[in-house]
Design a protein around this ligand. Structure first.
Ligand SMILES: [Zn+2]
Length: 491
């Protein structure tokens, strides 16, 4: 008899998931979208408010030009078509952190449409369409804890009310939790490259809702979907989708029906829970915002904004592979952020061997930065310093071991490589006679290994190299050691 989990796996295989994602990204403007209040995170509650973002009667919104430019730049980076004219609309709903009783958003005429990005999972690439990207204002925040009377009362902080957001809606073309994870990773990476948001999930600058349904394989009609809201990490979204897909399959297999609803994910339990029945668009009674003119971003303005579009991660990785002869894996690591890629390219251009620079950044620099919790911007070793160190190893002036020791000193003293190198000037042993003398002693002391080597076990040379480096305190030139060892062991 099949076990319960085998039955579940078999049932799961009969269905295919359909996933669509809505990503909200806070734009890094200095001020809010419709007033001049500061949009900065972390101010005391209700410090950044005015009649407009408090929703007081008679206050009128004035659109922030920078928010439009950031949104357009993000849309271009996501390969969207930017609509010359888009319309702001009121999305009506009641919520304690929404004093106006409506949110200014965009509805049937959004800022941008028809985008797409490439994602790769398990070695397979595919395009995921982006239905739309629109501008809207954020709501305030309800605080359920942190006050003496939090048990009875909820506090409202309206600092976030009116902070500019873009909402990026994907096509329902994501077919697995892994693809969802990859899509989110790529969207975040692209947005970070454009610089329009810090995408800080802990501070809520990037939030994601997932729509998911399942349908029997080969059925074209969609199943009933549920929405999972406010999950605060990509890993949790993957886990929540995994759980929710299993739950829906279970309901259908036992003859039940899926209810269209909004569900919350509890990461401690790894389960989703029903929160409320899902609103339909008509529940919001959308209508055009009467206090704002249609937003017109004409060809000239679009061209100006496009000039700020940086080289995007995927294109950059391809170019880096071609320009510096590094591997795709190197490029993946080194172009993970725009700053890191910029820094790497500075060093790679300055050094004789870019591949060595790529290795040094990954093996020697990033590990040390990570161990100290430092970002690349705060590295004591500059890219100029790193390029010099790469050239010194390349030219045989210092050994790999010496480089490691010098890097340690740079981090200990918080000094750049050239300064530390100048002071320490480690001497490499390059004198043939001295190295031969050390080798002769080691050969004499290890007859067993010599015998093994001569019997054809060539890998034993590693043991001898290690011994020579140990005796010479890491100062013997490694290339000479290898050559001399091979010569002397053969004789
Ligand atoms: Zn305000």
């Amino acid at each position: 008899m099949a076990t319960t989990s085998e039955t579940a796996v078999a049932a799961r295989a009969k269905y295919e998931p359909v996933i669509g994602l809505e990503v909200h990204v806070q734009l890094l403007t200095a001020t809010k979208i419709f007033c001049s209040c500061s949009a900065r995170f972390g101010a005391p509650p209700n410090a950044n408010v005015c009649p407009v973002c408090l929703g007081l009667p008679g206050a009128l919104p004035v659109l922030n030009r920078k928010a439009v430019e950031f949104a357009v730049l993000a849309a271009m980076a996501l390969n969207c078509r930017v609509n010359e004219t888009s319309i702001f609309a009121r999305k009506n709903y009641f919520y304690p952190d929404l004093p106006k009783g409506y949110q200014i958003s965009q509805y049937d005429k959004p800022l941008a449409e028809f985008g797409a990005i490439d994602i790769t999972t398990g070695g397979n690439s595919k395009k995921v369409g982006i239905t739309r990207l629109h501008l809207e204002e954020d709501a305030g925040k309800s605080l359920h804890e942190g006050f003496p009377d939090s048990a009875e009362k909820t506090a409202i902080d309206l600092n976030r009310s009116g902070v500019p957001l873009i909402e990026i809606v994907s096509e329902p073309e994501i077919a697995s939790p892994d693809e969802a994870y990859e899509y989110l990773t790529r969207v975040k990476e692209i947005i970070l490259y454009t610089g329009v948001s810090d995408c800080n999930m802990e501070e809520g600058s990037l939030r994601c809702d997932a729509n998911v349904s399942v349908r029997p394989r080969r059925q074209t009609q969609f199943g009933t979907k549920t929405e999972i809201k406010n999950v605060n990490s990509f890993r949790f979204i993957r886990d929540a989708l995994e759980y929710e897909i299993g739950r829906q399959v279970g309901v259908l297999e036992s003859g039940g029906k899926i209810t269209q609803e909004t569900r919350l994910y509890n990461s401690a339990e790894g389960k989703t829970y029903s929160m409320r029945s899902k609103e339909e668009a008509h529940d919001y009674r959308y209508f055009s915002e009467p206090d704002l003119l249609p937003l017109v971003v004409d060809g000239k303005w679009q061209a100006e904004i496009r000039r700020n579009l940086p080289e995007l991660p995927e294109a950059r990785r391809k170019r880096m592979v071609a320009d510096y002869g590094i591997t795709e894996y190197d490029a993946e690591v080194l172009a993970a952020s725009r700053t890191l890629a910029d820094e790497f390219e500075l060093a790679a251009k300055a050094a004789k061997n870019p591949k060595r620079v790529a290795n040094l950044v990954q093996s020697e620099l990033m590990g040390r930065l990570k161990a100290r919790g430092l970002e690349i911007e705060h590295s004591p070793i500059s890219m100029k310093g790193l390029a010099l160190s790469a050239d010194l190893v390349e030219g045989g002036t210092i050994s790999g071991k010496m480089l490691k020791d010098l890097y340690d000193l740079c981090f200990e003293r918080n000094q750049d490589f050239p300064a530390v190198y100048e002071k320490e000037k480690p001497q490499q042993l390059t004198d043939t006679t001295s190295i031969e003398k050390i080798i002769a002693e080691i050969i004499a002391a290890n007859p067993k290994q010599v015998e093994q080597y001569r019997a054809g076990k060539k890998a034993v040379i590693g043991f001898f190299v290690g011994q020579v480096m140990k005796v010479s305190k890491g100062q013997a030139n490694p290339q000479m050691v290898n050559e001399l060892l091979a010569k002397l062991l053969e004789s």
